[in-house]
Ligand binder design. Sequence first.
Ligand code: GTP
Ligand code: SPV
Ligand code: MN
Length: 636
Amino acid sequence: MEDITVPFSEVHHVTIDKLGDVPIKRGNFQLLPSHVQTWLAQMIQLCTPRDIHICDGSDEEGEIATKLLVENGQLSPLKKYQNCYICLTDPRDVARVESKTFLITKDKFQSVPHSREGANCVLGLWKSPDEIKKDIDDRFPGCMRGRTFYVIPYSMGPMGSSLSKIGVEITDSAYVVLSMRVMTHVSSEIWKYLRNGEEFVRCLHSVGVPLPTTQSIVNNWPCNPEKTLVVHFPDSRKVMSFGSGYGGNSLLGKKCFALRIAGRIAYDEGWLAEHMLIMSVTNSQGEEKFIAAAFPSACGKTNLAMLTPAIPGYTVRCIGDDIAWMRFDKETGELRAINPEAGFFGVAPGTNMKTNPNAILTCLQNSIFTNVGETADGGFYWEGLEEETPAGTEITAWTGEKYKLGEDKTKKSSHPNARFCCPARQCPIIHDKWQDPAGLPISAIIFGGRRPEGVPLVIEAFNWTHGVFLAAQLKSESTAAAEHTGKRIMHDPFAMRPFVGYNFGKYIQHWLDFEKTPNNKLPKIFHVNWFRVDENKKFLWPGYGDNIRVLDWIIRRANNEDVAEPSAVGLLPKKGSLNLQGLNVDWDKLMALPKAYWVGDIDETLQWLDGQLGDDLPQAIREQIQKQKERVAQLS
Ligand code: GTP
Ligand code: SPV
Ligand code: MN
């Protein structure tokens, strides 16, 4: 691509109102660092937008974007609350599209492992730079014709923290602008951190519908599903996304940057970027512990991160609900974590004042609701709110269909991956240190998934290596967060299958290697399962606020209390050591280790990991598998 000459003035108060022949509608191009200017000029030349808007993160800017979206019919105000809006997408654009998400490196095996022949690698999709060039050339030239080129400067993580990273997202979607303002720290202050040519993650997003268009635009939601493509260049820290406006496909600070690109940066720099919530639990003695937990998409992170304890004596506070950046402090050896995000993009269905009151209370103002239903009095509605909404209430479903609540139980108000997008600072239990630039010290790491069968409520790893194995063998039922249909049990190692940014074998080795630094205080690792069912498919565990009982046990273990005993799959709670007061649960069923299940499971796990990772599967994991095989053979 040719560079166009950028008019640059050393005199910063001089504003230009055009770049080439593209008007600058808002913002001062002259104030931007010169390497940013050069990149923007190239992207403007590539995308040929109608005009340019350089975002500054101000309230006024939020009002302008909101007004525009309301006028063009993409948002409609939910009049029951303050500054809340509903957005309905084209029904073809409702979730992350994993099959169109690629990693681009010259060497294939930098991105993906050496899978065995015939094993279809699902731990990242790779394309060569040449191959992707064709796809890019087929999509991006002229893609913003007739649209505004928004430039969003943002920080992932507290502004100015040494643990934070800077990104700039270009987008032609005002919905993305509004959402990024909630999900990240958007501010013109960012530019000052780039003044000396510092690196930043370059993100380009287009809905892929240049104007005028002959395509019909459904729900005023422009998108281009046939051509959707989400591409990562981990070497040059770049992301290009085309065709989708939804969630992780378009809010590029989230999965694309904070997990895939940051994961690669973390590998290079010796830290971790993980699909994890961060929370704190304080007991009645005032002792506080920080916990990080990884579950696959739509498996309970947001709910756990802000749970309301069902038993007295505990205070839970939330630091983050989806992503954690963590590094071992060189001096103290503590694992310190920050939440790189500024908002929650949470699964709406299932959220209510019983399951997750803090989430409901977070999203009563300044929030965007996508693909939910609406009540006649201008409130949000989704599956799970039945008991809080009077029967007979008129609901307008996300599909546009109207019905009266309670009359026809088959009606669905919301898409199963409908989401609320709300500022984290509004969470009633947000931790006062959630933005601490030094991060918070993690005492326990939890993995988990939806395991209807065989897997007990909680398992503690024997040691770090065994914990890494527990994470590597993570499986879960598929959910609506991506395009997978049905309820298949899928492998999702570390809850990172869709989000890893480099060779998964190296990723596992990276985890294993933290043990090699003697100064590192390795947190204990656990595996939990809230989703085991009985023969009638009913959950054996009440979940939600009662999960505090499991956290309590985990914290006692972090304090080395003698409440665990070995089993074939790890340490389990000694009978009676987990507080079940006031609950009616079948402990034996919850904790049972059926031999046939585990014998089959470990064979299948070996086969899968070996097929996916081939010789990249670390030897230490093969040894763990062998040991587990021997242990489960002894089960009675
Ligand atoms: P992403 O935002 O996609 O990463 O999802 P998440 O991991 O944050 O999941 P979330 O907390 O939003 O929960 C997803 C679904 O699981 C919701 O419908 C919840 O109601 C349900 N869920 C969460 N926690 C529990 C639990 O402890 N027990 C049961 N049975 N369901 C739960
Ligand atoms: C997930 O799928 O894990 C999410 C939602 O958190 S999205 O932002 O779409 O990735
Ligand atoms: Mn997530």
